[in-house]
Design a protein around this ligand. Structure first.
Ligand SMILES: NC(=O)c1ccc[n+]([C@@H]2O[C@H](COP(=O)([O-])OP(=O)(O)OC[C@H]3O[C@@H](n4cnc5c(N)ncnc54)[C@H](OP(=O)(O)O)[C@@H]3O)[C@@H](O)[C@H]2O)c1
Length: 253
């Protein structure tokens, strides 16, 4: 009997996207492609077929979905990658293609945490400006390169910046130290980093997932955290794990 493999596009860039691709790899009923933006120099390995680079907005993504005959889209992008998620929602809605958002759970403060929530990177910079930091201390920015410019006017503050890739241009900060490294990082090394560099304030996104040890280190060392709020997810169905997204594909697509 004629059997058509169902085409699945995973919008990737997260550990959950790679996890889903791994689960789908042995399933012959699916023809899976994972899409990466291509921002990271050496992206973590993803099982199966991978395409790289932007689509060209909603129009480009719609044209690609249509031309490739995609049957379902799993948006497993990072929770702060709001543009691609919006494009995916608009393109899939217009074409009537089922879409599932894989939205990893956010972190919640627990006893001992000293978090201040900031609605945006700009709001976080305002909190930093109003928080006293000693001459020998520093503010740890673990927000990603895109948010750094909003801290550039804080010229007197020493920043510690950790990025996945070495930047091509100097950091837009008057006083900074750069660490290049890909997480997750162990609690012990986070604790050592905080103590050795004199971290007095941590600025973080609420990414959820495996980079949590920095928040445990901050709790243990009684270091305040400015937590930049997540953008709202797109309307529509959502699951929190790769396992659930896998089930959805098996059962509904
Ligand atoms: N934001 C973060 O903190 C973060 C952290 C870890 C990983 N990532 C991953 O890095 C990628 C870029 O993040 P971002 O914050 O720059 O996203 P974004 O602002 O939502 O996306 C910007 C543009 O990058 C392209 N793009 C993004 N994700 C893509 C994908 N999976 N496949 C093909 N094109 C993609 C799209 O270009 P076109 O309009 O040309 O299609 C999109 O309009 C995302 O895939 C995300 O999962 C982001």
């Amino acid at each position: 009997m004629f059997h058509t493999r169902r085409r699945v596009l995973i919008l990737g860039g997260s550990g959950e996207a790679a996890d889903l691709a791994r689960r789908l790899a042995p399933r012959t009923e699916f023809d899976v492609v994972t899409s990466l933006a291509g921002r990271t120099h050496r992206p973590a390995a993803v099982p199966g077929r991978v395409r790289t680079g932007g689509f060209g907005g909603v129009e480009g993504l719609s044209a690609c979905l249509d031309a490739e005959g995609v049957d379902a889209v799993v948006d497993a992008t990072h929770p702060y990658a709001a543009n691609i998620s919006r494009h995916a929602a608009q393109a899939c809605d217009a074409l009537g293609i089922p879409r599932m958002q894989l939205w990893r759970p956010a972190w919640s403060a627990v006893e001992g945490d000293r978090w201040t929530e900031a609605a945006s990177p700009d709001a976080a910079a305002e909190v930093v400006a109003n928080t006293p930091v000693s001459q020998t201390g520093c503010v740890f920015l673990s927000t990603g390169a895109r948010d750094l410019p909003v801290f550039s006017h804080l010229r007197a503050i020493r920043f510690l910046v950790r990025l996945v890739d070495a930047p091509r241009t100097p950091l837009p900060l008057a006083r900074s130290e750069l660490i290049v490294g890909r997480g997750p990082f162990a609690l012990g090394s986070e604790r050592t980093l905080f103590l050795e560099r004199g971290v007095e304030l941590l600025v973080s996104r609420n990414s959820g997932g495996a980079t949590y040890p920095k928040l445990v280190a901050a709790r243990e060392l009684r270091i305040p955290v400015i937590m930049i709020k997540r953008p709202d997810p797109e309307a529509g169905p959502r699951v929190e794990t790769a396992e659930r997204a896998f089930r959805w594909l098996i059962e509904s697509v």
